[in-house]
Write a protein that binds this ligand. Structure first.
Ligand SMILES: [Fe+2]
Length: 354
């Protein structure tokens, strides 16, 4: 059977995402297959592969390295892409010792799972806290992962909840009014400083709780008092412009280097302010930035527009962070045992740190 791409059931027609059928990812694939899949990822942004019952952590890593987006020199894989602190390493998930590129997430207790022993997985964040993002965008300066994959292995099936939400950053631009598009095209987002692989330094951390989000997870209204309890309210942490000092700086709209497609590339919950990409002058302060980014993303984040992927055993989803934004749903809606694998490898850095 040859590989083909078809619309995903229950996915809005206004999303370009596709289900890829006719391939068993556990088998070895040749150069031609890799090019078909790579073109599929670039065209659709997100590919869903169902019934991948025999996928192993090793094969997941093979898939993530197949397209040449990763940094072959990456050696640290804490939390997938090199967050340096123990806190990041254990924030809800665990890593497979033999394949540290693979993080294991969910709510299950692992007695001995691929060598992960005596570990209780804890779902964190979700839609209320942190919401829409691209992996690495808000906590890395450079080398953000192009590709992320998630896999729901055989034997682990929630009875409900635990969906992952996706929306195309490319289509988000089509839904945006032209004046807002022109404005954001000139803007670079200054993100909160956060520890990452370039600066393994706790002084770069903003110690607010996770961003507390409203408007379909597109607008920050404060910082959650308790990341385990969405009803606990908001802390009195006051974000200031200086919290973006030494933080990531990334354009709000990014043209994909391989396709030229412009895509909305933002993590609203971690944005501090917008500056002019050419001059570096601040164009919008904290409140204005939260408002503008929400205005840009909200039409694409609404129920019925966003794709809500309900996970089944054997589902493997691969997406490009530069073309697709995503969010976890609220973890308190999860019923039953959840266990997922996630891989996201760093891309080569443009500038090597000394
Ligand atoms: Fe993510």
């Amino acid at each position: 059977m040859s590989i083909c791409f078809q619309p995903i059931e229950n996915c809005s027609k206004t999303q370009p995402f596709a289900e890829c059928i006719g391939i068993d990812l556990a088998t070895k694939f040749d150069e031609y297959t890799i090019s078909v899949l790579k073109n599929g990822l670039l065209k659709h942004g997100l590919l869903l592969f169902r019934n991948q019952k025999n996928l192993t952590p090793e094969k997941e890593v093979v898939f993530n390295r197949a397209f040449g987006w990763h940094d072959p020199t990456q050696e640290e894989f804490l939390f997938g892409f090199g967050a340096p602190t123990l806190e990041h390493k254990v924030s809800g998930g665990a890593q497979i010792p033999e394949f540290p590129q693979v993080s294991v997430l969910g709510n299950a207790f692992l007695d001995n799972y691929h060598g992960i022993r005596n570990t209780r997985l804890k779902p964190v964040l979700g839609f209320t806290f942190s919401a829409w993002h691209a992996d690495g965008l808000h906590d890395m300066l450079d080398g953000m992962p192009e590709l992320t994959t998630m896999y729901n292995p055989t034997g682990w099936q929630t009875s409900s909840g635990g969906a992952t939400y996706f929306t195309s950053g490319v289509e988000a631009i089509q839904r945006m009014d032209s004046e807002l598009y022109r404005e954001l095209s000139c803007c670079t987002v200054a993100y909160m400083r956060a520890p990452n692989d370039t600066y393994p330094d706790e002084t770069r951390r903003v110690t607010a709780s996770p961003s507390f989000m409203t408007d379909e997870g597109t607008r920050r209204i404060g910082f959650g008092a308790d990341p385990d309890n969405p009803n606990a309210g908001i802390t009195n942490f006051k974000l200031k412009m200086e919290h973006a000092d030494n933080g990531g700086r990334h354009p709000a709209i990014r043209a994909h280097p391989q396709t030229g497609q412009a895509s909305l590339y933002i993590t609203p919950g971690k944005a501090v302010y917008l500056l002019d990409t050419k001059t570096g002058v601040v164009r919008h302060g904290i409140d204005d930035t939260a408002r503008l980014l929400s205005q840009a993303l909200k039409p694409s984040a609404e129920p019925g527009v966003r794709y809500e992927h309900q996970w089944s055993e054997g589902d493997f989803v691969a997406w490009l962070n530069t073309l697709v934004l995503h969010s976890a749903s609220d973890p308190d809606h999860i019923e039953g045992q959840r266990l997922m694998h996630r891989v996201r490898l760093s891309t080569p850095k443009r500038h090597h740190s000394s």
